[in-house]
Structures are given as structure tokens and as C-alpha cells.
Design a protein around this ligand. Structure first.
Ligand SMILES: [Zn+2]
Ligand SMILES: [Zn+2]
Length: 662
């Protein structure tokens, strides 16, 4: 019997019989690894452990180099894919077992969707409901515990078609017809009714699948096409250990409770309306109250920090977008041009060229610089509908955009002030966990960068200087810079540890050239100004979404859409309640008086559900003494006080933009 040489990545080669499987070869190479392995890569191909090694070597050629075997193990991305994909097969096996006659579609693993780990599309003899999921999951567990074997067979296409036709699996036949070559690989789970057309690899046995859960059902169309048969998609997820699954489920539950789309509806903050268009945000009055606070803070700070507030149009002639380069490089993300009086216009995807327009409206001297233009600039981008998500991925949004035009002498101070501004903003809105990335040129990449080496070095030095001056740790991202300049990106962590990209401070060597920007220097000669783009919130919509999830809708007092709910105990207190509400409103507070004829318990519950920070409960005694009994949403009753006392407490919370009501 002939033999072959096999080898782990860096290990010594060993000899195994020609007939050895990947599992047997691994066992000889490293017993521990062999025990852990779910599948393997041989010669770069992902294969089952049961595959024969020599089949995978180059045909016929005399084998001189040992064959490299790389096990696919748990706690790796490849391992997770094999695990989840195998679990999708297990799901299909359980469904077939419970619902004979089921037609199967496709069942891939999902690695990048935070919501799910895999799905399988099915057409069952009767429509499935959520109540079926635990039953299917139970059957999956039973099959898993039987330790059934995933067996691969390679058969001629005609035979595969015959098998799936006999099994009345028209969708699988269609797939084989379209995708398969002359030889088709099929997978059985031995001892179950399941057979699938699939390339693999899979785990060797079902007992490798120990931590999985079915999550939800959704409608789906075969091949995602509404003219094709309607199917049901069963979503689930799988992990290597029960602990991992439990932790994920807990985080998911937390995230679901905080989902800004759900809270946006329940708290009446915003909506997205299909009739008007996907990805377009309607801020309702309560969301509008929060937006006002965001804008008030921002505008106040912009003025204090020497920015000029500008307002610019939403459209511009198409020629402008050729000068900016958007037409050449970005046209796919822009809405189509519109024509009027034989001129074409585009709606803006960015504000930059407009601020440049203001800069260029006069001759600038070094004495005028730095010039800082800030705008809450609304832009529109043609994002595909499949990528849209609530407030965080939209087609129309407002950036808290600013562009700074300055001389090389002042660049360091400008960067420093952008960083300080960003950190103040996170502090005010209650974000503590901050991560900074510095994106710079790559050493060897073939990327074409604009600007001279000197430009890049100076710009990077200014960014690093600013971060070091504030002792801010940062991660240097080699080769991550865009072609026109280095940048700082800042991400913040929310209350459940998810990171969100918000702030960007970006150098630009491109636009000053394209738009031929100049200032007259001390030497009386024209010079190119430096240009910085920066946005702190990023987009108002996205930041709003992050805020909703961070606070789970229970906003700090100063941000809360309704500061105070006034709750009379009986109808005869209504006049006093209105008087209190008027008084508070006149002092600038957002107040709702609930004058409905309901029990006080119901009124409190309602205000509590709306997460109103303070409830003023008013009865006969309060009316006679001109007082209010104050209830805080988390602490409960905090005592009776005069209206003046309450207003004083509330005024302080607003003035200091306090994050807690204590
Ligand atoms: Zn498969
Ligand atoms: Zn810009």
C-alpha cells in the first residue's frame, strides 16, 4: 500500500497510508487538534474530516511536497461557519421528520448578521407558526443526541436529479440544474430523512451541535423573487458552547428592548413611511424635542468655539459635481439629475462643495484664517433598499457638518479644538467608552494618494500631536486613510457595550486643488489653504438612534421629550392641574397634563411607560396648599414641594444637562 506525507502548517511531516481520511491524518499529526476539529482545509479547500486526503492532492503528479492540512476548529470564523451551516442541515432534517412532504429551499450560515446565525427556507404542508419552533428545536436536539453521521456522496448529475425528483423536491432540482456540474455532491444525515445538494463541509456527526436555538419565522420568496413560490424562512443561531449562546441571547434581549425602531413607535418619536419612501425619516414632535436639544447644544457650542453658522441649498448644477469629482466617483450613490430650463441639477450627497462656495465668494488673506463654517446640512444618498435600517442607515439625513479652512501654522490648534469639542459632546450626552482610530497611508499599497509626502507627514503629525496632547490612546490604522488625506475616527460604546462610529475629523488635500482654493499669505503670494471636514454627531438621525438605544428611551431630564406629566387624582383637580402645567410651560418645561377620567394608577402607569422623568400627582391637599407631590420615574415618590421648589430643581437639571435626576 502506498503512503503519503501530510503536514500541519509549520509542523514536521508525517506519513500516513494512501487511504487515510483527513481525520486519521490529523490524529497522527496532533491528537488534541484532531479531537477539536470540525472540518479541515486541505490544499486551501474546505473539506469534511471523512474525506480521503489523497483524493485532495493534485492528481497523478508525483507527490514531493507534503500535503498541508489545516484543521478548522471551534472559536474561529471558519469553524463557526461550518457549525452554523451544519446546524441548518439539522434544522431541515427535523422539519422533514416532523412535516413529511416539506419542500426545501436553501439554508446558509449567517456570520455577519447580528440577529441570526443561519436559516432554512421551507414550504411545509401546512403553514408554520411561532408555536412550531420549540417543537422543531426539540426534534433537532433529539437528532443531535443520536450522533448521526453527515455523509457526503458524489453522484452523476442525472442521478441526483432523479433522487430529488423522486423525493418531490422541485426547488432542489432547479438548483442542481442551474448550478451543478457533471458530478453532484450530496449530503445525507444518516438515519434521518434528510438529503441535500451541498458542497459542504459539515461537522462529522450531529453531536458536535450542542448549543443552538431557533429564533423566528419570516416570509421569503424562492430566490428572493416575488414572482416565485412563497416560502417560510426559519431563523436560528448556533454557538460552540451553551455559555456563548446564553450570553448572546441575553445581549439580544437587551438590544431588542432597546431597538430604536420599536421605541420610536412606542414613544412616538419618529416614523418611516413606505408611502413617502424608504429611508426617509419623519421626526414627530417628541423626537423633534430631542432634536431641538441636540441642535441647541450644538449651535451654542459652535458659536462659542468660533464657527460661523451657514445655510446652503439642497441642489446644485450638475457641473459642480464634476468639479468636485462626485460625478466621476460617486454617481451611483447620488439621486439622478433633474432638469430645468435646460440645466441639470443634482440633489446634494455632501455639503462640502457648498461651504467651498462661501470660501470662494471673496478673496481670503492669511489674516482671515482659520475660517470655520458649520451647517446642519441635509444630504440625500441613493442607498439600496436592502441596506436601509431604521435611523442608522437612511437615504436622507442631516450631518452636523463643518469645514475648516486654515494655514499650516494653525492646523494643530484646529485639530485640538475638534477633538476637545467631540469629547465635550460625548460627555454631555452620556457616552464614556470612547475608541479612537487614526487612519494613515499604507507603506506599500498600490493606492494612489493625493498630496505631497510633506503634506501627509504634517497632517499626520497634527493629528498625532492633538491626540497626544490630550493623552488620548489611539489605534494607528496603516493604509486605512482615504486617498485624499489622513483622518481620525471616533467610536463610542453604548450602555450594552456596542460600539458606534460617530465622529470623523478628516484632512483633505483634494478639494482645495480641485476648486483652486487660495489665500494671500504674509508674502503677498497666493497659497492653498488646508481643509478639514469634520462631523461630531455624524448624522443627526443616526445619533438619535444611538441615543434612543443607549438610554433605552429613558432620556436624561434635559433631553426628555416630555419633562413632566401632571396627573390630577380626580376630575375636580383638573383646573389646578392645568394651572400647574401652564406655569411650568411658561418657565420653559415640556409638560403634558393627563386630564382624562382615569384612575391615578393608570395615569402613573401610562407616564411610566412613556418614561417621563417626573410625574406631579395632584390631589385636594396639593390643590389647597399649592404644592405638587413629585414622583420620579426610577425612584418613585420623592416628596411634596411647592411649585417654585420643583421648578428650581428642574431648572438645575436642564442648566447642567444632568444625566441623572438625583
Ligand atoms: Zn450543507
Ligand atoms: Zn465635507
Amino acid at each position: 500500500m502506498s503512503e503519503i506525507n501530510v503536514q500541519l502548517k509549520d509542523g514536521a511531516p508525517v506519513t500516513v497510508p494512501d487511504s487515510a481520511t483527513v481525520a486519521e491524518a490529523l490524529k497522527k499529526l496532533d491528537r488534541d487538534l484532531a479531537k477539536q476539529a470540525l472540518a479541515a482545509k486541505v490544499g486551501g479547500r474546505e473539506v469534511d474530516l471523512a474525506a480521503q486526503v489523497h483524493h485532495l492532492a493534485d492528481n497523478g503528479a508525483a507527490q514531493i511536497e507534503p500535503i498541508k492540512i489545516e484543521p478548522i476548529v471551534p472559536q474561529t470564523r471558519d469553524g463557526l461557519e461550518v457549525l452554523r451551516h451544519s446546524t441548518a442541515h439539522l434544522l431541515a432534517a427535523a422539519v422533514l421528520d416532523l412535516f413529511p412532504g416539506t419542500k426545501l429551499g436553501i439554508g446558509p450560515a449567517l456570520l455577519d448578521d447580528p440577529r441570526y446565525g443561519f436559516f432554512y427556507d421551507v414550504i411545509t404542508p401546512r403553514t408554520l407558526t411561532e408555536a412550531d419552533l420549540p417543537v422543531i428545536e426539540k426534534r433537532m436536539k433529539q437528532i443531535a443526541s443520536q450522533n448521526l453521521h453527515y455523509r457526503r456522496e458524489e453522484i452523476p448529475k442525472a442521478e441526483a436529479l432523479r433522487i430529488f425528483d423522486e423525493r418531490q423536491e422541485p426547488l432542489k432540482c432547479e438548483l442542481i440544474d442551474e448550478k451543478a456540474g457533471d458530478v453532484v455532491s450530496v449530503y445525507y444525515i444518516d438515519g434521518s430523512p434528510f438529503i441535500d445538494f451541498c458542497l459542504g463541509p459539515h461537522v462529522p456527526n450531529t453531536n458536535k451541535l450542542r448549543a443552538f436555538k431557533l429564533l423566528s419565522l419570516a416570509g421569503a420568496y424562492w430566490k428572493g423573487d416575488a414572482s416565485q413560490p412563497q416560502m417560510q424562512r426559519i431563523y436560528g443561531t448556533a454557538f460552540f458552547t451553551q455559555e456563548e449562546l446564553d450570553a448572546w441571547l441575553k445581549q439580544r434581549e437587551e438590544a431588542e428592548k432597546r431597538d430604536h425602531r420599536r421605541l420610536g413607535r412606542e414613544l412616538d418619536l419618529f416614523s418611516i413611511q413606505e408611502d413617502y419612501g424608504q429611508g426617509l425619516i419623519f421626526w414627530h414632535p417628541k423626537g423633534g424635542a430631542i432634536r431641538k436639544e441636540m441642535e441647541d447644544y450644538l449651535r451654542g457650542e459652535l458659536l462659542k468655539r468660533g464657527y460661523g453658522l451657514v445655510f446652503t441649498p439642497h441642489i446644485a448644477k450638475r457641473e459642480l459635481w464634476f468639479i468636485s469629482g462626485h460625478e466621476q466617483n460617486y454617481a451611483d450613490s447620488m439621486f439622478s439629475p433633474m432638469e430645468f430650463e435646460e440645466q441639470e441639477f443634482r440633489i446634494k450627497p455632501m455639503n462640502c462643495p457648498f461651504h467651498i462656495g462661501i470660501y470662494k465668494s471673496a478673496q481670503r488673506s492669511y489674516r482671515d484664517l482659520p475660517l470655520r463654517y458649520a451647517e446642519l446640512g441635509t444630504v440625500y444618498r441613493a442607498e439600496l433598499s436592502g441596506t436601509l435600517h431604521g435611523l442608522t442607515r437612511v437615504r436622507g439625513f442631516t450631518q452636523d457638518d463643518a469645514h475648516i479652512f486654515c494655514t499650516p501654522e494653525t492646523i494643530r490648534a484646529e485639530i485640538l479644538s475638534c477633538i476637545d469639542f467631540a469629547y465635550d459632546l460625548y460627555d454631555v450626552f452620556g457616552f464614556k467608552d470612547i475608541k479612537v482610530e487614526l487612519s494613515v497611508r499604507g507603506a506599500d499599497s498600490g493606492k494612489q494618494y493625493l498630496g505631497t509626502d510633506e503634506d501627509w507627514e504634517k497632517a499626520e503629525a497634527a493629528l498625532v500631536d492633538a491626540l497626544q496632547a490630550r493623552q488620548i490612546p489611539f489605534e494607528r490604522m496603516e493604509g486605512e486613510a482615504v486617498f485624499y488625506g489622513p483622518k481620525i475616527d471616533i467610536r463610542v460604546g453604548d450602555a450594552i457595550g456596542r460600539m458606534w462610529q460617530l465622529t470623523t475629523v478628516q484632512f483633505d488635500f483634494n478639494f482645495p486643488e480641485r476648486f483652486q482654493l487660495e489665500y494671500i499669505g504674509e508674502d503677498n503670494k497666493p497659497h492653498r489653504p488646508l481643509m478639514i471636514h469634520r462631523a461630531l454627531f455624524g448624522s443627526m438621525e443616526r445619533f438619535f438612534g444611538v441615543l434612543i438605544e443607549h438610554y433605552a428611551g429613558a432620556f436624561p431630564f434635559w433631553l426628555a421629550p416630555v419633562h413632566v406629566a401632571v396627573l390630577p387624582i380626580t376630575d375636580r383637580i383638573n383646573d389646578y392641574a392645568e394651572e400647574v402645567a401652564r406655569d411650568l410651560r411658561a418657565s420653559g418645561f415640556r409638560v403634558e397634563a393627563n386630564l382624562r377620567s382615569e384612575k391615578i394608577g393608570a395615569k402613573i402607569r401610562d407616564a411610566q411607560l412613556q418614561k417621563v422623568p417626573f410625574m406631579l400627582v395632584l390631589g385636594d391637599r396639593e390643590m389647597e396648599q399649592k404644592t405638587v407631590a413629585v414622583r420620579e420615574r426610577a425612584q418613585g415618590d420623592i416628596g411634596v414641594m411647592s411649585i417654585a421648589e420643583f421648578k428650581e430643581m428642574a431648572r438645575k437639571l436642564v442648566e447642567t444637562r444632568a444625566l441623572s435626576n438625583r
